[in-house]
Structures are given as C-alpha cells and as structure tokens.
Design a protein around this ligand. Structure first.
Ligand code: ARG
Length: 465
C-alpha cells in the first residue's frame, strides 16, 4: 500500500503527499504518549454511538474489543506506529479499521480530530494535575518531617532580609514557609483541574454535528464534570494547558527559590545544611569538591518550564478562533514542562528527606549580630514606651554594647538603663538572647518555637501524616 492510501483524509487530494510534508506534519513521535487516553475516549464515544443507534451492538462490540487489544499492544510496546499516519488518532483508527473493517470505519462518526485531540489532552492534563499534586504533597511531607525531627525541634537560626541577618526564628518556621508555598500550588492545581475537566468531544471540527449524539453521556462515561457549551471554543481552547503550565511554572519557582536557599546553606560560608553524599556531585578537576548540582539543576530547569509557558501563550495568541494546526505544538511544550517539574519534585522530596541540618552552626550565627534588638525595643513597648522612642533607645544600647564588645544579654543592667531608661527591669534578660526571643514570639504566624510546634501539628493532620 502506498502511504497515501493509508491516509484517512486523502480523498480530496489528487497528488501524493510530499515526503518532506509527511515528516514535517507528523506528531506521532510525541503524541503517542496520549494513546491510552485516545483509546479511552474512543471507547466512550463508540458506546454512546451505539446507545443512540449510530452503531449496532455487534459493531460496538467489535470496535470495543479491538480497541482493547490495541491498547494492550501499545502498553506492551508491540504496536508499530507509522509516521505516514501522522498522529496517534489516525494510527489507532487505522489499526482498528484493519481489524474490524466496516465497523471500524464508523468510529469517527460525529467526531473530528479537532475535538478528539482536545479530549485526549484534557484527559492527560487531568491525570497529570493529580499526579503532580501528589508529588508536591510528598515534598511538603518531607519538610514537615524535618521540622518535627527531635534534633531540629529546638533549632533556631537568623531569618534574613536583604540577605542580612535580621531576627532569630525557629528552623521549623523556615521549613514550614516552604510548605505554605507548596500548599498554594496544590490548591492552584485543583482549581485548574476544574477547568480541565470539561468535555470537548462532540464539538466536531468546529460546528458540532447534525447527528443525534449524546454528549452528556460521553461526559459521564469519562468522568467529566460538564460539557463544553460552544463547539468553536471547545476545539480552540487551550487555556487549560496554559493554566497547567502556569501552575507548573509556579511550582518550579517555589522549588527554585528553595533550592537557592539550600545552595547558600550548603556553602562553607553558611554551613547550615549538608546535602547527603548520594545527592552531591564532585568536580572533574578539584578533588575536594562537593557540589549541590541537583539543587542547581532544579533552579535551572525552572527557566525551561517558564519557556514552555511562554511557548504556549505565544502559540495561541495569533490564531483565528477555531482549530488550527499550530495547536499541535502545544503538546511538546506542556509534556516537557510536566516532565521537568515531576523530576524536580521527586528529587526535591529526596533531598529534603536525606539532608541534615547543622543546628549548632545556626545557633552560633545568631550571636554577634544583635538579632535581639527588635525584641528589646518591643520589651520597652511592653513597659509603655512608644515604639519610635523605644527603637531609638534600643539602637543606642546596641551601639554602646558594640563599643564594649558585649551581647545585649551580657550588658550590665546599668548600661541598659543608661540608654533605655528606668522602665528596664531585671526581667529584660528573659527577653534577650536568641533563644529567649524565639520563645517570646506571640503573634499568629510568627517564627516562635511554640507556634511552630502547633503548625507542625496542623500540617501533620492536613497532610494525613
Ligand atoms: N495532531 C493534531 C494535533 O495535535 C490533531 C488534530 C489534527 N486536526 C486536523 N484538522 N489536521 O493538533
């Protein structure tokens, strides 16, 4: 058979397709990934066609059985894909017709590849959103586990603003900050999923069909929440893929910022975190090196994921409102974004779980920088001093201590009173020093040790740990 005879759409064309075109337009190299979704969609479509008497029971049975076999062969890797058949839709349909003859030729009734590919991609995206949400939860769980480890529970470190040491916080507070970011990502995926889960099939090529199909039945069979209400929109809408790419980009961004923190933490300058050996890499030249390449690649792959989001946005922007072949380029972009983020999430969960914090180093770094100065000013406020003047007094106390080489907690009470006035009592020493500061935080959402313990409890419950 010449490759044009295989083409289901070739009837109108009088010349053979040029070889160069065949390769250029083919998408089978990447859309074979949709095979199982394509077949699931076809089986639901066939069942509906039978129910509305567009297929006989025997035709449906033959189609359903053969599609089942084709699905198995594809899963087993024994199915041979043919580039001349362009895409997954025609590869499956051709195989079906080969096996069932006349019955198979009826499967494409009231259907176009335009609504078919939209369906396949939505089915894929729905599973992907769920799978990625589960991987995000694994990272959250690993972070909460670290926060709850006995050796980490009492730990505190400087929180930085402008990357300058600012105030002491419990280690768990930093870890749970990442958990919060990721929680928004899970929520965003769930929200995106609602818009993914709308059935486009039955929109046909652009206008729907004159045949009496039952789209609600297909939606029910495939677990869709609703049916797309406009056939032009249904075949040209890729918002859901773009939204998913945005959700992925946001996850990548969160992972990238986390990776950047821990890259810094694993430098000799910080020494807060040790990436376990199994997740570190060496240098081909410098024998002493332990490099955090995995963390750097998580940061690096984020650029690639953003690139795919931009690809999708630009891909759609100039298309006339209906299906255009440009759409085919959506798949390599969204597949790659999903694959990269999956990889990053898997590695992130492992690095979090395997890593060790150097809590002594963190504690040491809370010394010498007057990280308790804000707490001192707040002590004065507690004693009735307006904050602005309390801030000035605490500043002068810091300067005086700095001159004498003293921590605030080591300063004699007379010195504190000289610059901070008579409001200062002996109880000020319960509020100075990083450990006391971390114990004293009271506001909801603050970085105190007690508050963090409550948050760990809340997250354990929320994550079903
Ligand atoms: N491979 C195509 C895609 O990914 C399927 C739809 C083709 N439709 C068409 N009318 N040529 O978008």
């Amino acid at each position: 058979m010449n490759s044009n005879d295989k083409k289901i759409w070739h009837g109108r064309l009088q010349q053979a397709t040029a070889r160069s075109v065949e390769h250029f337009v083919a998408s089978i190299s990447f859309d074979q990934r949709l095979a199982q979704y394509d077949i699931a969609g076809s089986r639901a479509h066939a069942r509906m066609l039978q129910e509305v008497d567009l297929l006989t029971e025997e035709e449906f049975a033959a189609i359903d059985r053969s599609l089942g076999q084709i699905a198995e062969e594809i899963a087993a890797g024994s199915f041979i894909f043919d580039e001349a058949l362009e895409d997954i839709h025609m590869n499956v349909e051709s195989a079906l017709i080969e096996r069932t003859g006349e019955a198979g030729k009826k499967l494409h009734t009231a259907r176009s590849r335009n609504d078919q590919v939209a369906l396949d991609l939505r089915l894929w995206a729905r599973d992907e959103a769920d799978a990625i949400a589960a991987l995000v939860r694994n990272v959250q769980t690993a972070l909460v586990e670290q926060a709850a480890k006995p050796e980490n529970v009492g730990a505190y470190l400087p929180a930085y603003t402008h990357l300058q040491p600012a105030q002491p916080v419990a280690l768990g507070h930093v870890l749970l900050g990442y958990v919060e970011q990721l929680a928004r990502d899970v929520e965003r995926l769930g929200d995106c999923r609602r818009r993914i889960n709308i059935l486009p099939l039955g929109a046909g090529a652009v206008a729907g069909t004159t045949l009496p199909i039952n789209r609600r039945r297909v939606a029910e069979l495939l677990g869709f929440d609703d049916v797309a209400r406009n056939s032009i929109d249904a075949t040209s809408d890729r918002d859901f893929a773009i939204e998913l790419a945005f959700c992925l980009s946001m996850i990548a961004q969160h992972l990238s910022r986390w990776a950047e923190d821990w890259i810094l933490w694993s430098t000799n300058e910080f020494r807060y975190f040790r990436v376990s050996d199994a997740y570190s890499t060496g240098s081909s030249m410098m024998p002493q090196k332990r490099n955090p390449d995995v963390l750097e690649l998580i940061r690096g792959k984020t650029a690639r994921v953003y690139g795919q989001l931009v690809t999708l946005l630009v891909l759609v922007k100039g298309q006339p409102h209906a299906y255009n072949r440009d759409m085919q380029e959506d798949k390599p972009a969204i597949f790659d974004a999903a694959d990269q983020v999956r990889g990053c999430l898997e590695l992130a969960a492992e690095i979090v779980a395997q890593g060790r914090f150097n809590v002594d180093e963190m504690r040491q770094r809370c010394k010498g920088g007057y990280l308790d100065a804000t707490a001192l000013a707040e002590y004065l406020v507690d004693r009735g001093e307006p904050f602005r003047s309390a801030h000035g007094m605490a500043g002068r106390i810091v300067a005086a201590c700095d001159e004498r080489g003293l921590e605030l907690s080591e300063a004699p009470i007379e010195l504190l009173r000289e610059f901070g006035g008579e409001r200062i009592g002996e109880d000020v020493f319960d509020r100075l020093g990083p450990e006391n500061v971390v114990k004293s935080y009271r506001s909801l959402g603050a970085g105190g040790s007690g508050l963090v313990a409550d948050e760990v409890k809340r997250w354990r419950q929320a994550l079903g740990m």
